[in-house]
Design a protein around this ligand. Sequence first.
Ligand code: UD1
Ligand code: CA
Length: 451
Amino acid sequence: MKISTIILAAGKGTRMRSKYPKVLHPIAGEPMAWHIIQAVKEFSDELPTVVVGYKAEEVKDSLGDNAHFVLQNEQKGTAHAVQQAEDLLKGNSDIVVVLLGDMPLIKGQTLKALTETQKNNTGPVSMLTVLSENPRGFGRISRNKKGQVEAIIEEADCTSEQLKINELNVSVYCFQADWLWDNLENIPVSSKGEFYLTDIIKVATDKGLNVHAEAISDPQEAIGINSRVHLSEAERIMRRRINQTWMEAGVSIIDPQTTYIHTNVKIGQDTTIYPNTHLQGNTIIGEDCEIGPNTTINNTCIGNNCKIISSVLEYAKVENHVDIGPFGHLRKGAHLADGVHMGNYGEIKNSYIGPGTKIGHFSYLGDTTTGKNVNIGAGTITGNYDGVNKNKTEIADDVFIGSDTMLIAPVKIGKGARPGAGSVVNKDVGEGEVVVGMPARAIRRRKDNSE
Ligand code: UD1
Ligand code: CA
């Protein structure tokens, strides 16, 4: 059976009080609507169709080729929104799943189970409800004496008796496709002048057709985000889920309450994450690492057996057996090879740091390459920017740079050379040379060509 999916996301989300469309507000680092698209992949091979309206271009740009898009020019209600997808989807599928762009906690397996239910339903629709004492403005499910669903009544239209109903509409529906397309136009206009998809339930029951409604087992999945308070609730629930998944996969998390892992992060077995650590974007961390406390790692790839304490790493690459911190900062394009040691207060940008190199204390390396086993003395900095261009510093294998050295790029330091403490190096230094002073001058050449 072919299943297509419609995600409604044309509304403004007024209660968010935001310049940005509601469905693009992130949960665990990805837009709300992205999470729903992931869930859809678990039951359908078809790309979902997202109904966009408010700031449609921004939503399309953000979700890109993960979905098809149809435009709802005016927001005339949830049924009117579904109608916008009719031309694209009619005749293409057996089942149409409809859900909202603001329910990022809904799980793929829950949706899959509902589609299975609908396959066996003789009636035209199966839907999810939630049993909750906190109605959150949700529509109420009205059932007859036999317990069969009769209608969904929006909160604004409820009588005082109906307001007490604790079975609520989640807004996840699974329709027999042909029936949906034939009956959308039978929905009456609401008291607010909109066309509510909720009213299609009564269209079915009036004809004596069976509506299957089942309560979701985990009410958290049903949370719809209407405000920033709801957003933070969803973030907390998603954080708990992600942390639990990693712990089950063999990662130790000392304090899950203060560990913030984005949804696309990957972590290897036997790695330990210490408190107040933020792992963001497409970060990948290998096995047997110790990360944190107080560390932020964004879009960075880290190998095995690394130790990162109280540091910030962004768009960087770190190989195996590297230790960083406390107070290290890797910026975009920093690449630390095996066994690099980077101690207190180091900053590295757009640089390759060769295997076994040590950068113990207070350094800045920008646009630099170092060879193997280089020692960068305390307080060494590269003057990589002359006010116009970013210039390169090249440091060969086994160089020993004395403390407080300034390397004025472009400059090359030859293999085994030793710029002395406090030198300001503005000319290339030959292999094995020892240079001192400001600007640095040679005091000893290599033995084979010394005077
Ligand atoms: C809706 C349901 C309600 C349910 C609740 C669960 C209706 C009428 N009500 O109420 O029964 O309990 O969800 O969260 O369906 N949208 C459009 N185009 C429109 C109108 C809305 O795309 O013309 C989209 C919005 O962007 C939003 C979603 O549909 O993502 C729901 O709209 P909203 O106005 O938030 O409905 P609720 O009041 O939450
Ligand atoms: Ca809503």
